[in-house]
Design a protein around this ligand. Sequence first.
Ligand code: PLP
Length: 364
Amino acid sequence: NTLNFSGGPGALPVAVLNQARDAIVSLPETGISVLGMSHRSDWFLSILDEAEHNIRKLLDLPDRYALAFLQGGSSLLFATIPMNFATRSFAPPEYVSSGYWSSRASAEAGRVGPCRVAWSGQRTGFCDLPELDALDVAANAAYLHYVSNETVEGLQFAEPAREVRADVPPLIADMSSDFLSKPVAVERFGMIYAHAQKNLGPAGVTVVLIDRALLERIPEGLPSILDFRTQVTHRSNYNTPPVFAIYVLTLVTRWLLHDIGGLDAMQRVNEAKARRLYDTLDKLDDVVTVHAARPWRSRMNAAFTFGDERLDAAFIEAARERGIVGVEGHRSLGGLRASLYNAVTLDAVDTLAEALTEFGLQRA
Ligand code: PLP
């Protein structure tokens, strides 16, 4: 019974894994493998409808948002967002550079055209975050981009208080690592996107929610597959979509709606898990350093270290003996990281907390 705290691929709920395993052999609805289902079949069209319906229901998504399932991951969106929205009628888009992934996003935007870094956490080693609402951003900027949860550093923004107004640039958020972990006031955003490998299902599909008013800004002449209107118009079935990933995502949304009881309930579980982990780390503060400054600690990923590589490696080994895997830090930061994505149970976090306490007390 391995407990997976990996920061990359999130563990999936056991109920979902069992259904996915059965579906690989034979889908209950069609009698054939999900891997052999046509993306034009009535079955898949109904899965696409259900996936959209479930996400809309979970988020209470206003009708003015289009929803599409894309491929190419969040990294492709780092390039296509400026291609679609940083048009000549606006000042350059602004980026909050608060860690590894948001810096990748702004670097990519810079390859597409001019962009401005509105705030950077580089000087302080990416361990704190700015107040989004207080940033000095050009009123006519194409948009303001940020990453709601910095997966590598373990930093998470509080939700911005701003309302959508004509004189503030639309907010675009990469929510890859905290999407569907809690409710979100979508109406404050121009666009939200999230790749599927954390809370949503297996890699291969990326969910985008876009205010339809923004779609009107897209310039003509982009390659069709890079123009956000293409998949919106073709209901995410313009070319072959990742059928299996979208199917498993649908199972995950059913689990969230029916087994968990929605995003308020999911948030309560996630808060309890994070409290358990950070309380444990704080009790060991003689021997453990948490990377994120306290107000910005992420409920999804905790990055921390026992102080040097040798000790961190020894903890990875000690954790493995309890069946805990995936606690290595991201290659860019080193150290340790425990990720508490939706499918990680409070029991699993208890086991991790015991392992940390035992290891930490031996070093204190
Ligand atoms: N944004 C965030 C916040 C991430 O955590 C990741 C990957 O972990 C990415 C973007 C990159 O996503 P992809 O690998 O789908 O391009």
